[in-house]
Design a protein around this ligand. Sequence first.
Ligand SMILES: Nc1ncnc2c1ncn2[C@@H]1O[C@H](COP(=O)(O)OP(=O)(O)OP(=O)(O)O)[C@@H](O)[C@H]1O
Ligand SMILES: Nc1ncnc2c1ncn2[C@@H]1O[C@H](COP(=O)(O)OP(=O)(O)OP(=O)(O)O)[C@@H](O)[C@H]1O
Length: 561
Amino acid sequence: MIRFEDVSVTYDGAAEPTVRGVDFTVPEGELVLLVGPSGVGKSTVLGAVSGLVPHFTGGTLRGRVTVAGRDTRTHKPRELADVVGTVGQDPLSHFVTDTVEDELAYGMESLGIAPDVMRRRVEETLDLLGLAELRDRPISTLSGGQQQRVAIGSVLTPHPKVLVLDEPTSALDPAAAEEVLAVLQRLVHDLGTTVLMAEHRLERVVQYADRVALLPAPGAPLTLGTPPEVMAASPVYPPVVDLGRLAGWSPLPLTVRDARRRAGALRERLAATETPTPTATATATAAPAPSPSRPRRPRLLRKRAPVPSAALPVAAVEALAVRRGRVEALRRVDLTASPGEIIALMGRNGAGKSTLLGALVGLVPPAGGSVRVGGAVPHRTAPRDLVRRVGLVPQEPRDLLYADTVAAECVAADGDAGAEPGTCRALVSELLPGVADGTHPRDLSEGQRLALALAVVLTARPPLLLLDEPTRGLDYAAKGRLVTLLRALAADGHAIVLATHDVELAAELAHRVVILAAGEVVADGPTAEVVVASPSFAPQVTKILAPQHWLTVTQVREALA
Ligand SMILES: Nc1ncnc2c1ncn2[C@@H]1O[C@H](COP(=O)(O)OP(=O)(O)OP(=O)(O)O)[C@@H](O)[C@H]1O
Ligand SMILES: Nc1ncnc2c1ncn2[C@@H]1O[C@H](COP(=O)(O)OP(=O)(O)OP(=O)(O)O)[C@@H](O)[C@H]1O
C-alpha cells in the first residue's frame, strides 16, 4: 500500500541528504511504527508519503514513493487526500475551520461524502475521542490535548485507506493515548486501514505495531523487522525493554503483561535488596530535605490541607478558582512549592494543568482564592518584576521566541531580565553547545527550541520555574539531558513545577505528584505513593514489579549493582 524505492531526500541548502536509500513496503492492513532518535528524518519519511515532502517543504526527492499506486512526487497532497489522512506534529497548523464539529466534517465535505453518512461519522468520532461535550467549542479555546484529539478525529472521519501520523499521542493523557491507539488498531484489523506512525514514547505504542521501521542515525539505512527484533538492537527503547535487557530476558518482552510473567526471579533478587524509599530516584541527587510534615500517603479524593513547610514556599496557591469563558477550569485548588522541590502536575486533557501554570505567571486572573509567588500577586505584578520571580516554558516553546536569530533572542532576554549582557548566551552555550548565533529559532529541532526557551526563561534566574509538557517531541537521550539539567536547577534551590503526561518522566524526576481532575486536586503526595496508587499514572517498571514499589530502571540497576 505504501512503497519506498531507494528514496533519498535532500533539503535545499543541505550538503547531505537527510534520509538516503530508504527502501521498504507497508502492506495493506498493517500498522508500522517508525522510530529513531530526534532529527534522523522520521517526519521527512512521513512527509514523503503524504506528499508534503517535497511539494511543501522544498528540497529534492530521489527514488520513488507510491501510495495505493500513486506516485507522491507527481501527485500533489490534495490529489492524495482521498487515500491518505495525515496528522502532523503541530495540530494548530492543521485546522481549517473554527469549531470542533465543523473540523470533524470538513475532510468529508471536501470528498463529497453524503450528508447522512457525514452526520453519523461525526457523532461516532465525537464519542470515540471524548469530544461530545466540546462539539460547539471554538478550537482556539481547547487545551493542547483536546486539540490533538480533534486533529486525529478529523482524519478518521473520511475513513482513508492510509493514515500517516506524526507523534499522534504526544499531547494526550495516558488513558486517551490508549484509547486512540485501540481505535487505530481496530481500523487496521477491521477495515484493513494501513497506518504509518512515528512516535517517541515507545512505552505507549510498541505493542500495537505489526512491524517497526528503525532509522538508527542520520543518513543510516532504514531497517524493518518485528517489534522484538528491532527493539533488541534499537538505540531508542521503552523502559520495559531496558528492564528486559538488564535482566537478560530473551525474547524481549514488549508489554507489561509479558514482562510480569518473567519477573518472578528479578522480584526475588530485588526483595533481598533495600526497598526503594518513596523518593529514591530524586533523593539520589537533588531532593530537598524531606519535611517531616509532608504527607506520606496520597490524599486521593480528599481536599489537601495546607502543610507547613520547613522552607518558606516559593509559591502558595489557596482555594484558587479560575474561569475560562464558560468553563470552570480550576476550583478550590491548594498548592505550595518549596525551594528545591520538583512537582509533577498530572491529569486528563483539559483537567486544568496549563491553567494552573498560567495562574502562577499571572496570565489568567483568579476568579476566587489567592495566588502568591515570592510574596507577589502574579496578575498584579509588572512583567519586569515578575520575570525575576517566576518563568514559564510554554507547551509550544515557539510561543516564547520572537526574534530572527538565537543571538537577538538572547539580547532581548538579557534586557527583559535586567541581566548582565551575555547571560542568556552563556546559558544557551551550556544547554545547546554548537548552536550558531545566526540560526533562526524556527530552524532548530524541537529539543533545541525547548533548550533555547529554557535559557531565555532562566536568564532572570527565577526561583520558580514552570514547564508545560517539556518532553513533547524529545527522544530518550534528550529527555535524559533535561532530567539532569532540572535536577541541577532544583539542587540550586529552584522550585520546579511541570505539567506532564509523561509518567516515566514524573517517576524519574518528581519529588511530588499532584493530580488534577476537572479543575480540582484529587491527589497530592510523594511520587511513588501517588503513582503506585493509580494505574493510569504508574510507570512501566512499577507495573511490572508490583507489589514492590520500584519506579525506574535506574533504581533497579542501582539496587542490583
Ligand atoms: N523543511 C526543511 N528544510 C530544511 N531542513 C529540514 C526541513 N525539515 C527538516 N529538516 C531537517 O532534516 C532533519 C530531519 O528532520 P525530521 O523532522 O525529518 O526528523 P525527525 O526524525 O522527525 O525528528 P524529530 O523526532 O525531532 O521530530 C533535521 O536535521 C531537520 O533540521
Ligand atoms: N479560552 C478558553 N475558553 C474556554 N475554555 C477554555 C479556554 N482555555 C481553556 N479552556 C478550557 O479550560 C479547561 C482547562 O484547560 P487547560 O489547558 O488548563 O487543560 P490541561 O490540563 O492543561 O489540558 P492538556 O493536558 O490537554 O494540555 C479545558 O476544558 C479547556 O477546554
